[in-house]
Structures are given as structure tokens and as C-alpha cells.
Design a protein around this ligand. Structure first.
Ligand SMILES: [Zn+2]
Length: 137
């Protein structure tokens, strides 16, 4: 049963990729929370709103992953290519629907990140304590 073996290999690869993307999402969630704390500490409502939106998008992606819906287009249901998810793990639309531009995404904020260098917040760590404290159970 070579076909079954192929299926199993595909499934294994799928699971491996999902785990990798979950790791990316968790990194992004941590980064978004740190950005939010830094923005609040700096008193920037604009940056705080941006970081909050990013955090919400990543949380939603993790929730979809838990429900087994992750990686499909919210609009047409098509699979979002792995390469796209590697770059934007919380992407909710396939490239076609994304180009249609129904849900305005903060593209301008992401364009500069193509080189891999993500600008870090210019606020020293340790100033996010107030936010973390409010997040407890
Ligand atoms: Zn689509």
C-alpha cells in the first residue's frame, strides 16, 4: 500500500509544519504582547492599537489551530500556501482573496520586514510588568 504510506508521510509533514507554525505564532504572540507593553509604557495609543490588533490576530490564529481550521482562507476556504504562512503565520486569507483586499491588513507595517530584520521596541525590558500583572488568572 504505497499510497497509504504516501498519505502518512504527507500527514507527518503536515503535522511537522503545523507544529513549526504554532511555534512561530507563539513567538509572534510574545512579541506582540511585549510591543503592547512597550507602547503603553511609552504612552503611544497608535502603537498600542497596532500591537493590540496584531496580538488579537495571532490569538485568533492559535484558536483556529486548536479547532483544526488553521491555514484555510476565511473567505473562500482554500488552503493558504505554506510559504505565505511562514511569512505571516496569522494570515487569514489566501493570496487571491488577500489581493481583493476585503479585510484591510496593516501591510505597510509588514513590508519592511521582508529582509528579516524586525525593528525592536526602543524600550528596555522590564517595563511591561503592569500589563503582565493585569493578565493573571
Ligand atoms: Zn480565499
Amino acid at each position: 500500500m504505497a499510497s497509504l504510506q504516501t498519505l502518512m508521510q504527507d500527514y507527518d509533514q503536515h503535522l511537522t509544519r503545523l507544529e513549526e507554525l504554532r511555534g512561530l505564532l507563539e513567538e509572534r504572540r510574545a512579541a506582540a504582547r511585549a510591543d503592547l507593553a512597550a507602547a503603553v509604557a511609552a504612552g503611544s495609543a497608535t502603537l498600542a492599537a497596532l500591537a493590540s490588533r496584531q496580538s488579537t490576530a495571532v490569538e485568533a490564529a492559535l484558536a483556529r489551530m486548536d479547532r483544526g481550521l488553521y491555514g484555510t482562507c476565511l473567505r473562500c476556504g482554500a488552503f493558504i500556501p505554506y510559504g505565505v504562512l511562514r511569512r505571516v503565520p496569522h494570515e487569514q486569507l489566501c493570496p487571491e482573496c488577500g489581493q481583493a483586499g476585503e479585510i484591510p491588513a496593516p501591510r505597510t507595517a509588514l513590508v519592511g520586514a521582508s529582509g528579516g530584520g524586525r525593528p525592536e521596541a526602543a524600550v528596555p525590558p522590564g517595563q511591561g510588568q503592569g500589563i503582565e500583572a493585569g493578565n493573571g488568572p
